[in-house]
Design a protein around this ligand. Structure first.
Ligand code: ADP
Ligand code: MG
Length: 576
C-alpha cells in the first residue's frame, strides 16, 4: 500500500512562485483594449493607414513606400525595415477611441447652446435607454433556466444523486466547446445538489475550482485544503458551543448525560480538549512555500476530518493539465482508497476534446468513468437562449425582429457559442445606445460582430509570446511592403534581422516554421502548403487579421516597441 502516497512528483513542482491567487477575471469586456471600434480592411497593402490617421489626428509622415503601385510585386529585398515600421503613428496600442459611436464629446458639450444649460451627461441620460437590465447579458450572470441542456443536466444529476445516498458518485468528464453551457450547467447542478443535501441533512459538499485561475497542483490542493479547514472550524465551533453548554448544565444536573453518548462529565471534558487540540493543529496552507506533500496531506486530513461525500468540480481542467501535468488528477483520483471517513468524486470540465490524450492511462480511466458531451447549439437553440435573456435585459420593443436571429446565426457559425451570441446581443445594444438609436437594428449587430472579432484578434496578438510576435511582425513588414506569396524563408530572414535589432535570441528556421503554424492555428495568419513541382513544397503565408491594428498591438509590447527606436538597418537582404 505504500505506493498510495502522493509522492509521484516528489517535490519537483512543489513551489509555486506566483503567489497571487487573484481571480484574474476572465470575463470579457468587449470595450477593452481594442484599437478602435471601426472596422478595418484587412488589405495586405500598406499606405492605407487612413482610418488610423483620422482617429489619431497625427498623420503618418511617410506614406511613400515602394509597394503602393500594386502592379509591380515587390520582393523582400526592397524592404527597408525602419521605413516600414515607423509611420503609422507609433501607436502604443492606445487608439482607444470609440469612433463607432455617433456622439462625440464635442457634440455633447457644444449642444449646450440652448437656454436651459444642459450638462455633459444630460443628453446621454435622456436618451431613451435600450436596456432594462444589462447585467443579465453578462457572462457572470447565472441564468435560472438553461434551455436545451435538460438532457445533460439530468445525466449529471443521475450520476451525482449517489452522493445524497452517502455513496461515492462515479467521476465525470464533461466535454464541449466553449460557450456550450458547461459551466452554467455544472453550477446549476451543484447548487441543486447542495440545497438538496441541506434539505435532507446529508453531508454532501461541492467544491468548484476554475483551473484557468487555479492552475497548479499546489494551488488546487491549497485552495481545497483551506476550504475544508474553514468548514471544519465551523463544525468544531458549533460542537464546542454545544458541549460547553452541556458541561455547564450537567454540573448541576448530572442526569442530563444519560441522553448523550458521554458516561461522565470527564468524558465531556476530554472531548472538549480533543476538539480544541484539533483546532490548534489545523493550519491553513499559505499560498506558496510548502512542499506539495505537506499541502496534500493537509488537504487529506481536512477532508477526512468528517464523514462526507465531496464532489470536486474542476472547470477548465485541460488548462490545469496543460500547465502543470496530471499529477493533481493522479493524486486526487487515488485518494478514496485511503480516506476513512469521507469520499471524493471528481467532475472535470474540458473545452478540449482531446486533452485526455496527455493523461496517464490510469488517470484517464479513473477520470472518465462517465462522460457527458455538450454539443454545440444550433441557430434555433441559440435563438431560444437569447430570447429568454433578452426578455429581461431589454426594454420591450427595443429590439427589431431581425436582431436575435442574426445574433444567433453569427454565433452558430462560431461553433454554436452561446457566449458569443450573448456578447453580440449586448454589444449591439450598447452600440445602439451610444448612437442614441431608439431600437437595436441589424446594422448594430453587424457592427458588434466586427468589433468583437477585432477585440479577439487584439487579445490573441497581445498575449503571444515574444518570439511569435517577432515572427508575426516580420510577416506584417513583408505584407506592408507588398510582398506576395510570402514564404517561410523570407519570413525567417526578416525575423533574424528583427531579432538582431532588439537583441532577442534567434530561433532556428524550423522553430520559426512551427511558430508560423501556431499563428495559423490561432487564425492570425493563413499558411497554405503549395507544391513547387520538383523544387518541393513550400508554405505561402498571408495575414488574416487587420494589418494596422495588429501592428499597433505588436508595437505596444515594450520589447517590440524598441524596434522603432533601434538603429536603422538598411536593407534586409536574403542570403540563403
Ligand atoms: P462553457 O462553460 O461551455 O464555455 P458557459 O456555461 O460559460 O459555457 O456559457 C456561456 C454563456 O452562455 C453563459 O453566459 C451562460 O449563462 C450562457 N448559456 C449557455 N448555455 C445556455 C443555456 N442553455 N441557456 C441559457 N444560457 C446559456
Ligand atoms: Mg466554462
Amino acid at each position: 500500500m505504500d505506493d498510495d502516497t502522493p509522492k509521484r512528483d516528489d517535490g519537483t513542482r512543489q513551489i509555486n512562485h506566483s503567489d497571487t491567487d487573484d481571480v484574474a477575471s476572465t470575463e470579457d469586456d468587449s470595450s477593452s483594449a481594442a484599437s478602435g471600434g471601426n472596422t478595418t480592411s484587412g488589405e495586405p497593402v500598406s499606405g492605407d493607414a487612413k482610418s488610423e490617421e483620422e482617429l489619431d489626428g497625427e498623420g503618418s509622415p511617410t506614406d511613400e513606400n515602394p509597394a503602393t503601385d500594386d502592379d509591380e510585386p515587390v520582393t523582400a529585398e526592397d524592404i527597408d525595415i525602419r521605413e516600414s515600421i515607423g509611420p503609422s503613428g507609433s501607436t502604443d496600442g492606445e487608439t482607444d477611441d470609440d469612433s463607432s459611436t455617433d456622439v462625440s464629446l464635442d457634440e455633447v458639450v457644444l449642444d449646450d447652446g440652448g437656454s436651459d444649460s444642459r450638462g455633459l451627461f444630460d443628453d446621454l441620460l435622456s436618451g431613451e435607454p435600450i436596456f432594462e437590465n444589462k447585467e443579465v447579458l453578462r457572462p457572470s450572470y447565472t441564468p435560472h433556466e438553461l434551455p436545451h441542456r435538460t438532457e445533460q443536466i439530468n445525466q449529471m444529476a443521475t450520476i451525482l444523486v449517489s452522493a445524497l445516498r452517502g455513496e461515492t458518485p462515479s467521476n465525470i468528464l464533461i466535454y464541449g466547446k466553449t460557450g456550450t453551457g458547461k459551466t452554467a450547467s455544472a453550477k446549476f447542478v451543484s447548487q441543486e445538489l447542495e440545497s438538496t443535501s441541506q434539505k435532507y441533512d446529508v453531508p454532501c459538499e461541492v467544491e468548484y475550482i476554475n483551473c484557468e485561475v487555479t492552475d497548479t497542483q499546489y494551488r488546487v490542493l491549497a485552495q481545497l485544503a483551506n476550504k475544508f479547514i474553514e468548514k471544519n472550524f465551523d463544525v468544531i465551533e458549533n460542537e464546542l458551543d454545544r458541549l460547553e453548554d452541556l458541561r455547564t448544565r450537567a454540573r448541576d444536573t448530572p442526569d442530563l448525560l444519560a441522553d448523550t453518548s458521554f458516561d461522565s462529565l470527564d468524558g465531556v471534558e476530554e472531548r472538549i480538549e480533543q476538539l480544541e487540540t484539533d483546532c490548534e493543529e489545523m493550519e491553513t496552507v499559505p499560498m506558496t512555500g510548502w512542499p506539495t506533500d505537506r499541502v496534500y496531506s493537509t488537504f487529506f486530513d481536512a477532508v477526512d476530518y468528517n464523514e462526507r461525500v465531496v464532489v470536486i468540480m474542476l472547470d477548465e481542467i485541460d488548462k490545469l493539465v496543460e500547465k502543470s501535468g496530471d499529477d493533481t488528477l493522479y493524486n486526487l483520483s487515488r485518494m478514496n482508497s485511503e480516506l476513512s471517513n469521507s469520499r471524493i468524486s471528481i467532475m472535470g470540465i474540458s473545452n478540449d476534446l482531446k486533452f485526455t490524450d496527455f493523461l496517464d492511462p490510469r488517470v484517464k480511466s479513473s477520470l472518465g468513468e462517465e462522460e457527458i458531451v455538450f454539443p454545440p447549439y444550433d441557430a434555433n437553440q441559440l435563438r431560444d437562449i437569447l430570447q429568454h435573456r433578452a426578455d429581461v435585459a431589454f426594454k420591450s420593443g427595443a429590439l427589431t425582429e431581425d436582431v436575435i436571429p442574426l445574433c444567433a446565426a453569427f454565433a452558430a457559425q462560431e461553433h454554436g457559442d452561446a457566449r458569443r451570441a450573448l456578447d453580440l446581443l449586448r454589444t449591439a445594444g450598447e452600440l445602439a445606445e451610444r448612437g442614441q438609436a431608439d431600437t437595436v437594428e441589424e446594422a448594430h449587430v453587424r457592427q458588434a460582430q466586427d468589433k468583437i472579432e477585432l477585440d479577439r484578434v487584439v487579445e490573441v496578438v497581445r498575449t503571444l509570446p515574444t518570439q511569435s510576435k517577432i515572427v508575426l511582425f516580420a510577416i506584417i513588414l513583408l505584407e506592408k511592403n507588398g510582398v506576395r506569396n510570402i514564404n517561410t524563408g523570407e519570413v525567417f530572414n526578416i525575423y533574424k534581422r528583427l531579432c538582431e535589432e532588439i537583441d532577442a535570441d534567434i530561433l532556428t528556421q524550423r522553430r520559426v516554421t512551427d511558430l508560423i503554424s501556431e499563428l495559423d492555428m490561432l487564425g492570425i495568419v493563413n499558411a497554405v502548403v503549395v507544391s513547387k513541382g520538383r523544387y518541393g513544397r513550400t508554405k505561402e503565408i498571408s495575414l488574416s487579421v487587420p494589418i494596422d491594428e495588429t501592428e499597433a498591438v505588436l508595437l505596444s509590447d515594450s520589447r517590440l516597441g524598441d524596434i522603432e527606436n533601434a538603429q536603422p538597418f538598411v536593407q534586409a537582404r536574403f542570403d540563403n
